[in-house]
Write a protein that binds this ligand. Structure first.
Ligand code: G3H
Ligand code: ZN
Length: 287
């Protein structure tokens, strides 16, 4: 059964580790993440962007697929199905479709509008027992059509949003979607420290988890981060493994056409990446 992310994240914040949100794109992705979570006895959050939702055939299709896998693959660790960087309309659709967790990304609105829309969604999600993530500041780079300026979040605005009763808060702290450039300045820990100081015990969310060095991940967790989002890194490992398999001629020199065989190396690569992240985030054994 799908669960809200609330308990798993409060527990993570308290225990000084983070739960990974791994974005999914298809059946193989979903199965790889769920099986890895189960094998490592780790709670997990499956992230679905609006673009990926459309690609997979719609939110109800995804809910059906994930619920079916949880039952038939005997997944007993806590699993939340979470809309990633959702619009207000997307959030309502996912609630209706049966998602257990929602991100409303109102970071591109003026703060008063972000507060107003987040307030409405706090009411709706609380009534239904779902978890809600909000965003302040912005994440740099681009993810699935969501483009951000990389604006460092204002602690006072973070407090306003946290005080609405959101389950978790994503704050822009110099993090970027996609691969980090060579000249990246690193995470703005002074901002994170101030945000953590004024947002009480609200679990903080670190987006752009791909390629952040280990020491920064650990420091972020020590400053209240309890959820870390990873998307690009699974895509990179999937693509490299698939390309390697074909280029090495292991697909019977281009004559192999069984999709289950063609997708198998990428599937294993996603599993390895997810396991590595769960170990780094400290969520192994915490289910
Ligand atoms: O919302 C999803 C993430 O923030 C993932 O970022 O693609 O850089 O790992 P990433
Ligand atoms: Zn993100």
């Amino acid at each position: 059964m799908l669960v809200s992310a609330k308990d798993m994240l409060n527990k993570a914040r308290e225990g000084k580790y983070a739960v990974g949100q791994f974005n999914i794109n298809n059946l193989e992705w979903t199965k790889a993440v769920l099986l890895t979570a189960q094998e490592n006895n780790s709670p997990v959050i499956l992230g679905v962007s609006e673009g990926a939702g459309k690609y997979m055939g719609g939110y109800k299709t995804i809910v059906g697929m994930v619920n079916g896998m949880i039952e038939e693959l005997n997944i007993t660790v806590p699993v939340a199905l979470h809309l990633d960087h959702g619009s207000y309309e997307g959030a309502l659709k996912c609630i209706e479709a049966g998602f257990s967790s929602i991100m409303f990304d109102g970071s591109h609105y003026p703060i008063d509008e972000n507060v107003a829309k987040t307030t409405e969604l706090v009411k709706i999600t609380t009534e239904k027992g779902l978890s809600l993530e909000a965003e302040v500041g912005s994440i740099g780079g681009e993810e699935d059509g969501v483009v951000g300026a990389g604006e460092i979040a204002d602690p006072a605005e973070c407090k306003r949003i946290a005080d609405l009763g959101v389950t978790m808060l994503a704050a822009g702290i110099g993090n970027i979607h996609g691969q980090y450039p060579e000249n990246w300045k690193g995470l703005a820990f002074d901002a994170l420290e101030q945000i953590n100081a004024v947002t009480g015990t609200t679990p903080l969310v670190l987006h752009g988890g791909t390629g952040i060095p280990e020491e920064m991940i650990k420091k972020a967790i020590s400053l209240g981060v309890a959820k870390i989002n990873v998307n690009t890194e699974c895509q990179l490992s999937f693509a490299a493994a698939t390309r390697g398999y074909i280029e090495a001629g292991k697909d019977q020199q281009g004559k192999g056409f069984d999709p289950r065989k063609l997708l198998a190396p990428g599937f294993e690569a996603i599993k390895a990446t997810v396991k590595e992240k769960m170990e780094l985030f400290g969520s192994v054994g915490q289910a």
